[in-house]
Design a protein around this ligand. Structure first.
Ligand code: UDP
Length: 424
């Protein structure tokens, strides 16, 4: 069988007063008819990136709501993950497609994983493209299968999307972060729209005092008396760390004391990561005020939290972004947040109100300069951003949406919860 991830225990009760009022009651009502239902989440990695981040909270809370939930990881070698990375890039618009051999590798690993999987569940939730074709091997499944796409599908490479479409069409439902991401294709199952969420009580997002944050970043060599800009992201061209360095250089002209931290973990399913890490290091050109850190420097969740809390501004200068959990993470800490006007970032930041949306390194530099020049005004924005995150992007809301979908799939009432959907 595919290995199970141990997600530990979380208690919904702990979230009662931090989430918006009424949500807990909705969750309670939605959970009742689902008591004991068996759910499995399938994904490619338990480590690194947004999907893992979400599942570590969503799954224990689903369990606490009374469902019998597991998270299993599909297995693959580098040859598979090289193909899935190409697929990931192509679905976000990269013109490079798949060779016939790569298509075969993809299908072969999906078949192997399917052979290691037993579909004896009420609900199967498949995350992202890597395991999407396992469903082809369960034509008579009694389970409801839902495919959750976490990336930006607004301008897909159609050759690659159409290669996956026969599998996607077997699902009972598909979920996208935004309406704009639903590909204009026939044969899609019914599509639902809801964004992901962050866990306000996880070590990454729990309240950390400014003193503790300063104490932690100091250990990485940051001068805590001088302003710091931070981007937390995998080393990936879409996250544009080189553009962040350009922006930092623009800020440095005006604020010579500024420092930059690029904090990026290496996901196991991301073989490109190391190349791009090396490119980023070369681009920083030994600037002693640029700190390039990864999980190999022991930057775990609490350290990411500390870097975000300690920063004068948090940057997320993505060029493409499915959602960008890091944006909600920064806003939740009431940090001035400067981010690319792309993908899911635009639903998290209202430009000029709760943060800054930028389209170039120059604009990014200008926004950071504004935040450094007038920290009081920057804080006013950030506090508004935090309340927007509370309303929309905390895990209890995500749990509610899943429970509403499961009920709907069983033909139950959805306790008045309306899910945004796009007809099949
Ligand atoms: N992250 C982390 N350490 C790092 C880099 C990223 O813990 O060095 C986390 C980050 O805080 C966020 C997630 O990984 O929770 C990345 O999710 P996001 O949606 O921003 O981007 P993705 O990697 O899914 O494209």
């Amino acid at each position: 069988m595919l290995p199970v991830v141990n997600v530990g225990h979380k208690s919904l009760g702990d979230y009662a007063t931090i989430a918006t009022r009424g949500l807990m009651e909705e969750i309670r009502r939605l959970a009742e008819p689902l008591a004991g239902k068996r759910v499995v989440h399938l994904s490619a990695t338990a480590f690194g990136g947004g999907v893992a981040e979400i599942n570590y909270t969503l799954i224990p809370l689903m369990a606490d709501a009374g469902l019998d939930v597991e998270w299993r990881i599909i297995q693959g070698q580098d040859e598979f993950f090289n193909v899935t990375k190409t697929i990931h890039n192509a679905l976000q618009g990269n013109p490079q497609g798949l060779t016939a051999e790569q298509e075969q590798i993809f299908m072969r690993y999906n078949a192997q994983n399917a052979a290691e999987f037993d579909d004896d569940y009420d609900f199967v939730v498949v995350h992202d493209p890597q395991p999407v074709s396992m469903i082809d091997h369960f034509p008579d499944s009694q389970a409801k299968w839902t495919w959750r796409g976490h990336i930006d599908f607004s301008t897909p490479n159609w050759d690659v999307f159409n290669f996956l479409l026969p599998s996607i069409s077997h699902y009972d439902a598909a979920i996208f972060h935004m309406r704009e991401y639903v590909p204009d294709a026939r044969n899609l199952p019914e599509c639902f729209i809801w964004p992901p969420a962050i866990d306000p009580l996880a070590p990454k997002n729990m309240a950390l005092s400014p003193e503790d944050a300063a104490y932690i970043v100091d250990q990485f060599g940051i001068d805590v008396e001088r302003p710091l800009l931070t981007q937390v992201s995998r080393f990936d061209p879409w996250k544009d760390p080189l553009g962040v360095i350009d922006a930092y250089r623009g800020v440095k002209d005006r604020f010579p004391e500024v420092q930059l931290a690029l904090v990026g973990s290496m996901a196991h399913d991301d073989p490109e990561g190391w190349d791009f890490y090396n490119k980023t290091v070369a681009y920083a050109d030994n600037d002693p005020d640029i700190f390039i850190l990864s999980n190999l420097n022991n930057v775990g969740s609490v350290e990411v939290n500390a870097f975000q809390v300690h920063s004068a501004a948090v940057i997320q200068k993505s060029i493409k972004e499915g959602f960008g959990l890091t944006v909600s993470e920064a806003l939740w800490k009431a940090r001035p947040t400067v981010a690319g006007r792309v993908g899911g970032i635009v639903v998290q930041i209202e430009d000029g109100q709760t943060g800054w949306l930028v389209e170039s390194p120059d604009e990014c530099a200008d926004a950071c300069i504004e935040a450094l020049r007038d920290p009081t005004e920057a804080r006013v924005r950030a506090l508004k951003g935090k309340e927007a995150v509370r309303r929309n992007f905390l895990t209890p809301r995500l749990l509610r949406d899943w429970l509403a979908l499961f009920n709907r799939q069983l033909g139950n009432e959805t306790a008045g919860v309306e899910l945004a959907s796009v007809a099949a």
